[in-house]
Structures are given as structure tokens and as C-alpha cells.
Design a protein around this ligand. Structure first.
Ligand code: CP
Ligand code: NVA
Length: 312
């Protein structure tokens, strides 16, 4: 990778993306390896997590390294201690940091002050590790990325933002249907459109879920209320009521369409029980692939494929 940190999908070139996905496929086949022997990852989390925490910890362990989890109550980023000091202190102890926080600015400040790589493990703006695992999952199920169409139904949130950028980079068409007032950040959409011009993808933002899902190869949704927005939950339940991914909506997608969700899911809200439990649903492949994709990111940021043992 050509950057010190991985804070956004926009940090990647299309070559970086191809390399990370190819390495993730290879690492998945290898299982345990010793590329990260003697390396320590600090996980600094200001929000809850199941997948991200566990997949990073196990990715380190399966690659010969170790991980240290620091919970929201412990570090107090910018409260107990300044972000700049936390970055410089951790740089003296560990080799790499993954941070789950609220503002993208906190991540950027950490990256600027840390001598070591910083990974975005979810912010209000983006969830790039999720998007990488999602592309790996799509590739496994469809055998290709370029030319496919992903329809995202629901909130124009962090997960949608990393997906639109990923689609722009990978040459996949992206169609989003969100209620008025919950659209994707226009700066991110513009950035994705610039990438799409090079890759040959089409980016479309809409309010109509039926139009967005028409003929799609992938139908994706996420929670209507992200972490940190809990006070808006009741309003959001009303505003998103027409945006559930149910069997009627899936019927408009391609016959071979897969259903995706980053999890945690809310059955009966953004997705029906029938769809999430259907054969089209690949949600647990996505969850597993978090670990494989993150191994590739960790190895790239800590020295590249050169540190991978060449035997299997
Ligand atoms: N998808 C995802 O990031 O899950 P967690 O919030 O459980 O880490
Ligand atoms: N959009 C969700 C994703 C959770 C993995 C959130 O930010 O809470």
C-alpha cells in the first residue's frame, strides 16, 4: 500500500485494492502463518464491537502476533488524554493501531502523530475494513467484481460510504436508495464518481428502493440507527419504514442476487427474517472474511508481502 495509514477506502489505489484482495484470498487458503511474529496491534475502541474486535485479535494470533484491546472506558481519546499524546505513547509500545471512534478527524490526528500505521476500525464516516471483506465475499460468490451492480437500500451511512468508494475503485456499479434527509455524503459520492470515471462504473443515488434494486447482483443493507445515533431511533424507524429489504424487493433483483449485511442486523426492520435466512444471504461469509481481509491489511501496512513466508 502506498500510504502509512488505512483510514478510508480513498487511501487505496485500484492496484492497492487488487493486491489486498489477492493477498486476502491467499491468506485465507494458508490459514495460520508467521508474517506478524513479534508484532503487536493495539485495538482502541470507543464503540462496541463483536466482529471487528474478534477478527482483528484472531488475525494477529493466526499470523504469529498479538493484540491488546483497550475498551471505551480505558483510554478516553481526547478526554482523559489528548489524541496526539495517545498516538505518541502507543507508538513507543506497539507496532500498529486499529481505532473505532466517532469522528474521522480523530483518526487523522492519530495518524499524523503516530509513528506507526493506524487503521480505521469504523468511524461515523467510513468502515473501510468492512468494505474490503465485502469485496472479497462478492468475488468469492460471483467470480468477478468489475461490471457487477450493488444496490444499497437504507441509510447513507459509514458502511454505504466505504462501499460506494469501493465500487468506484473496483469498477462496480453502485445504486443507493435512501429516504430524503438520509442520503450519502455528497463529497464522498463526488469522490466515488471520479474513481468511477476511470474504472467504468456507474454511481446512482435515488430515493426509490424498487428502482435501485432492479436487476442488481448484490442487495446490501445496514442498520437504520448507527452507533451514536440511538436518540434518533424512534424517528428513524418511521422514516425508514418503506426501506425494508424483503422478499418482494429481492424478487426485483437478478435471479442469482446475493443479500449482504455487515451485521449486527435487526430482523423486521432493515431486513425481513425470510431474506436474512434465505439461501441468497451471505452474511456469515462476510463476517468470516473480515479476518482474512484484515490479515492482508495488517501485513501490507507492516511491511508488505515480503514478510509473508513463501511456503504454505
Ligand atoms: N460489522 C461490524 O463491524 O461488526 P462489529 O460492530 O460487531 O464489529
Ligand atoms: N452503520 C453501523 C455499522 C455497524 C458495524 C454503525 O456505525 O453502527
Amino acid at each position: 500500500m502506498h500510504t502509512k495509514d488505512f483510514l478510508s477506502i480513498a487511501d487505496l489505489s485500484s492496484t492497492d485494492l487488487q493486491l489486498l484482495l489477492a493477498e486476502a484470498v491467499d491468506l485465507k487458503a494458508r490459514g495460520w502463518n508467521s508474517a506478524l511474529r513479534d508484532k503487536t496491534l493495539a485495538l482502541v475502541f470507543e464503540k462496541p464491537s463483536l466482529r471487528t474486535r474478534v477478527s482483528f485479535e484472531i488475525a494477529m494470533r493466526q499470523s504469529g502476533g498479538q493484540a491488546l484491546y483497550l475498551s471505551p472506558a480505558e483510554v478516553g481519546l481526547g478526554k482523559r488524554e489528548s489524541v496526539a499524546d495517545v498516538a505518541r505513547v502507543l507508538s513507543r509500545y506497539v507496532d500498529i493501531i486499529a481505532v473505532r471512534t466517532f469522528s474521522q478527524q480523530t483518526l487523522e490526528e492519530l495518524g499524523n502523530y503516530a509513528d506507526i500505521p493506524v487503521i480505521n476500525a469504523l468511524s461515523d464516516e467510513e468502515h473501510p475494513c468492512q468494505a474490503l471483506a465485502d469485496l472479497l465475499t462478492i468475488f468469492e460468490h460471483k467470480g468477478t467484481l468489475k461490471g457487477l451492480t450493488l444496490a444499497f437500500i437504507g441509510d447513507g451511512n459509514n458502511v454505504a460510504a466505504s462501499l460506494v468508494l469501493s465500487c468506484g475503485l473496483a469498477g462496480m456499479n453502485f445504486k443507493i436508495a435512501s429516504p430524503a434527509g438520509y442520503e450519502l455524503n455528497s463529497t464522498i459520492v463526488e469522490r466515488a464518481k471520479i474513481m468511477a470515471e476511470t474504472s467504468g462504473a456507474e454511481i446512482m443515488c435515488d430515493h426509490d428502493p424498487y428502482r435501485a434494486v432492479q436487476g442488481a447482483d448484490i442487495v446490501y443493507t445496514d442498520t437504520w440507527t448507527s452507533m451514536g445515533q440511538e436518540a434518533e431511533n424512534i424517528t428513524r424507524l418511521k422514516d425508514f419504514a418503506m426501506y425494508q429489504v424483503d422478499s418482494a424487493l429481492m424478487a426485483l433483483a437478478d435471479r442469482e442476487a446475493i443479500f449482504m449485511h455487515c451485521l449486527p442486523a435487526h430482523r423486521g426492520q432493515e431486513v425481513s427474517e425470510e431474506v436474512i435466512e434465505s439461501r441468497a444471504s451471505v452474511i456469515f461469509d462476510q463476517a468470516e472474511n473480515r479476518m482474512h481481509a484484515q490479515k492482508a491489511v495488517l501485513i501490507q501496512l507492516l511491511g508488505g508481502a515480503g514478510i509473508l513466508p513463501s511456503y504454505r
